[in-house]
Design a protein around this ligand. Structure first.
Ligand code: FES
Ligand SMILES: [Fe+2]
Length: 434
């Protein structure tokens, strides 16, 4: 063990035996390559869970709206109502089914402000609440009861400024779905972190294999070696020991909590920083890196719920909201959301949004940009592995895979998805035939 590792070691460790229901045997990845399972999962998991679709800052006043085209689920319009509440509507016209809200291209998402929505096909108009307000040539129709016509609503609710929707007819309340471990983070200052960098890409791999890549911190010396140290044996000695991490499972959600590097000492007045041009030189000059800016903005008191594992040199808590959202809260006062939208059994859209307090000067802005750059670089390295893993697993040349103690969240995640699909099929056996 190196000095860094000794300083961070806790002597805890051995995580999986705390969760006997998870077992310790090899696992199958059939749930990530089977078309049949993919179809069942969309019904049981994605059509029945609360899904984050945006933030309240995207809807600053009445009439503000944005559309989301959610693969396999449909297009929706999320809109701020006259009473300031937020509603979600299926983006479909009651006349002949045209998509109501779009701009140049029907497949592209859009946003804006309006008083009413107007269908481009025959000009029917809808209020912000989705109800039909005006039918063109209405005397041409037969027994038309306008009061019953609308863009259908779906469940929509807000937690801590995050807007969620649920496609189920009978959705459990959002707060009970999220549970105590999320609710105790309600006072986290998400509302102060409005400087956002957003990225989206398509990854040719199953969405769960992509989530697996962030559920363990076993891979960094190998996948991210060039960043840590190109010499793998040195990189292995620079990452924290396995027992310095903290894992928590609160079905269906879960969390990893990880250590991070100490802050650089404050910058000496009038000095740019050390002029050593090694590969980390720019991080010292800009005073930022993968774990955030070194000059941490003061955002006031933070909720006690952070760093529950009491990691001495805490780096971040990464919460996983079932099924497809992660919220990563960093010790250096910024946060990242990761979201995964399955398009097909072997493809998903991957969204990474990084939020900081607005920078107050150029140095803070540059530090944030360097954090963003490092984060995206790491994310791309992870994505490469996901594509390589999916294509190899899909051959079915090997059907059983091995998970170590520090990969217990992967074991848990696949079990929860499988249990959710099984419970749904048992409750409604017709689902299997659909
Ligand atoms: S389809 Fe919308 S007005 Fe005809
Ligand atoms: Fe990674």
């Amino acid at each position: 063990m190196t000095g860094i590792q000794e300083r961070l070691a806790t002597g805890k460790g051995k995580f999986t035996p705390r969760y006997p229901e998870l077992g310790t045997g090899p696992v199958s990845y059939e749930d990530s390559i089977s078309q049949e399972f993919f179809d069942a999962e969309r019904e049981a998991v994605f059509r029945r869970s609360w899904l984050k679709v945006g933030r309240v800052e995207q809807l600053p006043r009445t009439g503000a709206y944005f559309t989301r085209d959610l693969p396999g689920l449909g297009s929706i319009v999320v809109v701020r109502q006259a009473d300031d509440s937020i509603a979600a509507l299926h983006n479909v016209c009651a006349h002949r089914g045209n998509k109501v809200v779009w701009q140049e291209h029907p497949a592209q998402e859009t946003k804006g402000f309006c008083r009413e929505f107007s269908c481009k096909y025959h000009g029917w108009r809808y209020g912000l609440d989705g109800k039909v307000k005006h039918v063109t040539n209405s005397d041409q129709f037969f027994d038309l009861d306008m009061s019953t016509l609308r863009m259908p609503q779906l469940h929509c609710d807000v937690w801590a400024g995050f807007i969620f929707v649920n496609f189920a007819e009978d959705a459990e309340p959002l707060r009970s779905f999220l549970g105590d471990r999320f609710l105790e983070l309600e006072t986290y200052p998400f509302d102060k972190m409005t400087q956002r960098w957003g990225f989206r890409t398509r990854i040719k791999g199953n969405w769960k294999i992509s989530i697996d890549a962030l559920l363990e911190w076993y891979h960094p010396p190998y996948v991210h070696g060039r960043f840590i140290d190109p010499d793998v044996s040195k990189a292995e000695k620079l990452v924290p020991p396995v027992d310095s991490y903290h894992y928590d499972i609160f079905v269906p959600h879960m969390l990893t909590s990880v250590p991070g590097p100490p802050l650089l000492p404050p910058r000496e007045a009038g000095r740019a920083g050390p002029a050593v041009r090694d590969q980390k030189w720019i991080y010292r000059l800009f005073r930022a890196g993968l774990f955030g800016p070194d000059d941490v903005p003061d955002l006031g008191p933070m909720p006690d719920a952070l760093n529950k594992g009491r990691i001495a040199s805490w780096g971040n808590d990464q919460l996983w909201a079932f099924p497809n959202l992660s919220v990563q809260l960093w010790a250096r006062n910024y946060y990242i959301t990761y979201q995964y939208w399955p398009e097909a059994v072997d493809s998903h859209l991957y969204e990474v949004d990084i939020y900081f307090p607005p920078p107050s000067n150029a140095q803070e802005r540059l530090a944030q940009e360097l954090v963003v750059d490092s984060t995206i670089e790491f994310a791309m390295q992870d994505s490469n592995t996901v594509e390589a893993t999916h294509s190899a697993v899909a051959t079915r040349a090997t059907r059983q895979f091995q998970l170590s103690d520090q990969e217990l969240l992967i074991r848990n995640f696949h079990k929860v998805v499988g249990d959710t699909v099984a419970a749904h099929q048992n409750a409604d056996p017709t689902q299997e035939q659909r």
